[in-house]
Design a protein around this ligand. Sequence first.
Ligand SMILES: [Zn+2]
Length: 93
Amino acid sequence: MINQRNIAEILPSEDSLRKDIKLTLKVHPFHTDSLTYSQRERAVYHDRSDCIHGQRIKQDGYAVPGTEGRQLCNRCADLNAGLDDFFPGDEGA
Ligand SMILES: [Zn+2]
């Protein structure tokens, strides 16, 4: 059972909440070996939970922990650099 009042008391103020979200968006590196994906997608790893490419791998269940010597995905790099716009139009081509 979830107590609404307790949740409201636990939630931090908006500022610190935003900071917490930033922190939690960073995840342990993962990549994919699945042939479901293009060679380019298999050549990179992800370390952001808000990366749309990484999200798809996770959702499909093909995420493998670690970097395996891969390069960081462009989207994750942008997000790590603070370019976390909510309208990803650049697919990193
Ligand atoms: Zn990524």
